[in-house]
Design a protein. Structure first.
Lengths: 292, 267
């Protein structure tokens, strides 16, 4: 989703830069908003600044509770949270009651929502009439707090993995469907024409023209499905569940075990970041396959 | 008279547009109708004790709406939502615009903001509680935190991607600062702002409901979770329907504005 930084190497630009330097003192010079952005600030590149901010944040979290800037009941030094998280990862019991239920619910929900979302998107794309009725609801779907359904699901299905997976799938499926739909909409008309002049069969047409054209949209959907499943599973566990990482954090909070709570939060961050990295890697591989 | 000549086609036009509007409304109602039908059929199959049908739920909802405590909780959620959404809109637009203008800092912060955006934020809610205590302040802050990121990211992206040709044109025409704002920046950024407002509204509400469900003794989220313990399934179902019905309107309104703004400014 990260937008590329626009290239700015047009010939007019360099003229503007020259003018900016030569006329800097004159009031009629090139306005500030047209001058080129510096590539460094205080001798550091943008990437270094990003890392600097992250490390500064980590240092503050480490020092603040030790120096008494915040009280020890609110914040735990980062190194201690990390140590607790590491020891949790060594406990069999923690894996069985927290990590395994959470991770498996996430994976199942992600797979279910991707499969059903792509299918739904494709069906809607084929059936224009159905799409007309469903389209306005797709755009407002995420305005409705889907999690209000969770207590209902728990009341009907009981506490367990089923309501968690069901809610996560419901939450993620629309994002996949919307992006699949956008992907199929993006099939270029010239490609349609070409496949007609090449007399492709319908199967070939789908395999060689429509699906590859829709793939970028579907990939966006896959990425969203994963992050929505992660969010939804953790939120459900957090509110009402008998197992899982979300529940672990909620219980630790309620028992004033601030140390364990922060360790749980760190593990959540680790899961979110590594899932994101995994998908990026996968996407790069697919993109490479496409290019070759 | 000229008046007669003018009014006749006007009547025809309004009748026609009324017909179109009616038709659109019918199309819009298809999905809810199908859902209610499915719900009723499932409920009839399963049995209303375990799984209440639409009618039982509406009765539960009517009972709730007659209850002063429930109405107070509904209002409480509405009030907090309004404050949190206003905050995320104002802060999101301002921060996004400023960061988007400073292209070096845009590069620095973009990665960080996207990373925070993709975190499952609900697990950070206990931290809000630890620092701000249980109460309206922590709930508003969390709802704000939950909703502000799409706002910042979208406005920031739109500002940073602003076509440099427009800016060069502004420089060539020697526009003043206020002219630049009115004639160039506002039309160029408004579509992104409206879209971001719509996304941000949904996320702010979601954050608020989640916060209320986790730990609070007021609000709709609290009502929902309370009913689970008491196994009042018909009441939960009624409240879910009410919540969905209430949440759809602001979003539909924003969508309506969005479509018009996009048509006007993006051609």
């Amino acid at each position: 989703m990260t937008a590329p930084i626009p290239a700015r190497t047009s010939p007019g630009e360099s003229v503007a830069v020259v003018n900016a330097t030569s006329q800097a003192r004159r009031p009629s010079g090139v306005p500030a908003y047209l001058r080129d952005a510096p590539t460094r600030q205080l001798g550091l590149s943008a990437r270094s600044w990003t890392w600097l901010i992250v490390s500064a944040f980590a240092v503050v979290v480490e020092i603040a509770p030790r120096a008494g800037w915040v009280d020890a009941f609110s914040l735990v030094p980062l190194s201690e949270s990390l140590r607790t998280a590491a020891s949790l990862l060594g406990q069999r019991d923690f894996w069985a009651t927290a990590l395994v239920p959470t991770l498996s619910a996430m994976v199942i929900a992600a797979v279910l929502s991707i499969v059903s979302g792509v299918l739904l998107g494709w069906v809607l794309w084929r059936l224009a009439l159905v799409r007309r009725a469903v389209d306005p609801w797709l755009t407002t779907y995420y305005a409705v707090p889907t999690f209000a359904l969770y207590p209902l699901l728990v009341a009907v299905l009981g506490v367990g993995m089923l309501p968690i997976v069901l809610l996560a799938t419901l939450f993620a499926v629309v994002a996949v469907a919307v992006n699949t739909l956008a992907g199929f909409d993006a099939v270029p008309p010239t490609a349609e024409k070409l496949s007609r002049s090449l007399l492709l069969t319908r199967g070939q047409h789908f395999r060689m023209v429509q699906f590859p054209s829709a793939l970028p949209g579907i990939i966006v959907g896959v990425r969203l499905a994963l992050s929505y499943s992660i969010i939804s599973v953790l939120a459900s566990e957090f509110i009402l569940a008998s197992r899982g990482l979300g529940r672990y954090i909620a219980v630790a909070y309620n028992n004033f075990a601030v140390d364990e709570m922060y360790a749980g939060v760190l593990l959540v961050l680790a899961i979110a970041v590594s899932a994101n990295a995994l998908v990026s890697k996968l996407i790069r591989r697919i993109a490479w396959l496409e290019a070759s | 008279m000229a008046g007669g000549v003018v009014t006749v086609p006007n009547v025809a036009v309004t009748a026609k547009s009324l017909g179109v509007a009616l038709h659109n409304a019918m199309v819009l109602l298809v999905v809810p109708a199908v859902l209610v039908l499915l719900w009723a059929v499932t409920a009839a199959q399963v049995g209303s004790l375990v799984f209440p049908g639409p009618w039982d739920s509406l009765r539960g909802l009517a009972e709730d709406l007659n209850n002063a405590r429930f109405r107070a909780n509904l209002m409480a959620t509405g009030r907090l939502l309004l404050v949190a959404f206003a905050l995320s809109a104002v802060v999101g637009v301002c921060a996004g615009f400023v960061i988007g203008l400073l292209s070096f800092w845009h590069r620095v912060l973009e990665t960080l903001l996207y990373a925070v955006y993709s975190i499952p934020k609900i697990t950070l809610y206990p931290i809000f509680l630890l620092f701000l205590g249980i109460g309206d302040v922590s709930r508003i802050s969390f709802a704000f935190f939950h909703g502000v990121f799409p706002m910042v990211l979208m406005v920031m992206g739109a500002t940073a991607r602003l076509d440099r040709k427009y800016l060069r044109l502004a420089a060539a025409a020697s526009l003043t600062k206020s002219q630049l704002l009115r004639k160039i920046l506002l039309p160029a950024l408004l579509p992104a702002v409206v879209t971001a407002l719509r996304l941000s509204f949904g996320l702010t509400l979601l954050g608020l409901i989640l916060a209320e469900m986790f730990s609070s003794n007021t609000g709709v989220g609290y009502e929902l979770v309370r009913n689970v313990g008491q196994l009042k399934i018909d009441h939960i179902a009624g409240q879910v329907v009410l919540l969905a019905a209430l949440a759809v309107w602001p979003s539909a309104l924003l969508r309506w504005v969005e479509v018009r703004v996009h048509r006007r400014y993006l051609g």
